[in-house]
Design a protein around this ligand. Structure first.
Ligand code: ADP
Ligand code: ASP
Ligand code: MG
Length: 403
């Protein structure tokens, strides 16, 4: 069997942890498997590197940012290769540019285009473990790129797909994918299985246990993906097709994202084309808009509310204020909001999910500011201070609490 193992930041946080990881790699090698390992930077290191960049230059060159922030993974890949060698396991590190892992040139959030696996496969077949730093690649501009925060998951899944691996095991600091973030809701339950689709929604709606792009790749390339703990020997969560899951819940999980900010345009002139001007200008400035609501017009004017990523809020406000085609009384920005979403493929065949959600929030006196829905999720925007209360109440309301 050929497998890819990925170890996140807390799993390689220090030499002791790296030694524990090496034992897990060795166990797979001893079982006769070919193993490629993907590692993250030590916990906290990438944040520190990002901070350095901000301190060195607030408006820095994204290519140099990638040179800096990609280094954390270089350290752990070398260290793990050394420790494996000490255990008598043949191993070497392979930096992104050495393989190479080809990406586009969108520095800071590059996408993997292809991976040259010929030489890696030769070595794997000879019994050598490949230790690959996650998160990094080689851009079309021949420079180092990084894949966006949490990108080591994507390196692992892309490598598993390219190597046609039988399994991709993502080792992290919780025992699998839970019904919601177990660090916020102690009653959260570990799921034995979750569909690719639900996992994709969970990830894109804020559950950082897997990077969204990694789930997308796993779904498209049918990678057998498993999330499990590097701290315990318990079975994890399998991400799989819907037909592999016998008992389906209506709601499988609840996610939240604090990376949101709300803008309200008060007293916008209500005429055809106004939404096109607002969202056209924002798109021209490469600002992603997520949720949108527009109120009914009473006196020829209306309020338009929408959300953007928190990092974009000041820029979005400026864009709207500086655009002469957008006439409104006032632009209000609010960064103290959070998006909470309930997710489940069962929603396709069951009604009443939104009702249960809204009632549970109303019972706690939590005001809903914006709502958006899709086939398998309902999201609401609420004040940030209610995050925990909302997650816990919804978790109970949908019968997800562990016994
Ligand atoms: P790693 O460093 O291993 O990549 P991350 O910190 O990126 O780990 O992701 C694991 C974290 O994701 C957990 O510690 C947990 O707090 C968080 N998380 C959020 N939502 C979920 C969920 N539904 N299930 C499991 N973990 C979740
Ligand atoms: N070290 C990178 C980050 O912290 C990539 C990863 O760990 O997945 O975002
Ligand atoms: Mg991660």
């Amino acid at each position: 069997m050929r497998i890819v193992q990925k170890f996140g930041g807390t799993s390689v946080a220090d030499i002791e942890r790296i030694q524990a990881v090496a034992q897990r790699v060795k166990a797979e090698v001893d079982a006769g498997h070919q193993v490629a390992v993907v590692v993250s930077a030590m916990a906290g290191v990438t944040n520190q590197l990002v901070e350095y960049c901000g301190a060195a230059s607030p408006m820095h060159d994204a290519r140099e940012y990638d040179v800096v922030v990609s280094t954390g993974e270089q350290v752990t890949s070398g260290l793990l290769a050394m420790v494996l060698q000490n255990l008598g396991v043949q191993a070497r590190s392979w930096l992104g540019w050495q393989i190479p892992i080809h990406t586009d040139s969108v520095h800071g959030k590059a996408r993997i285009l292809s991976i040259d696996t010929a030489e890696l496969v030769n070595r794997l077949e000879d019994g050598q473990v490949a230790v690959v730093p996650g998160f990094q690649g080689l851009g079309e501009d021949s420079r180092i790129t990084t894949l966006g925060r949490g990108g080591s998951d994507t390196t692992a899944v892309a490598l598993a797909a390219a190597l046609k691996a039988d399994r991709c095991d993502i080792y992290t600091d919780v025992e699998g994918v839970y019904t919601t973030d177990p660090r916020i809701v102690p009653a959260a339950r570990k799921l034995d299985k979750i569909t690719y689709e639900e996992m994709l929604e969970m990830a894109s709606l804020g559950a950082k246990v897997l990077q969204t792009r990694s789930v997308e790749l796993a779904m498209n390339h049918h990678v057998r993906l498993q999330v499990l703990s590097s701290f315990a020997n318990t079975p994890g969560t399998l991400v799989c097709d819907e037909d592999e899951i016998v008992e389906k819940e209506i709601v499988s999980g609840i996610a939240y994202s604090g990376d949101e900010a709300k803008l309200t345009l008060v007293g916008v002139e209500d005429r055809p084309g106004i939404a096109a001007s607002i969202f056209g200008s924002l798109a021209d400035a490469s600002i992603n808009v997520d949720m949108i609501v527009q109120n009914v017009s009473e006196d020829g004017s209306t309020d338009v509310t929408f959300t953007v990523g928190r990092a974009d809020v000041d820029r979005a406000k400026q864009v709207v204020e500086n655009d002469d085609a957008i006439v409104c009384r006032e632009v209000r920005a609010d960064g103290q909001v959070v998006k909470v979403s309930v997710i489940g493929v069962g929603m396709r065949s069951h009604v009443g999910v939104a009702k249960t959600m809204f009632e549970a929030l109303a019972d706690k006196g939590i005001n809903i500011q914006v709502i958006s829905t899709s086939e398998i999720k309902v999201s609401v925007l609420i004040a940030e201070e209610y995050t925990e209360l909302a997650l816990r109440s919804l978790h109970t309301a949908f019968g997800l609490d562990s016994e």
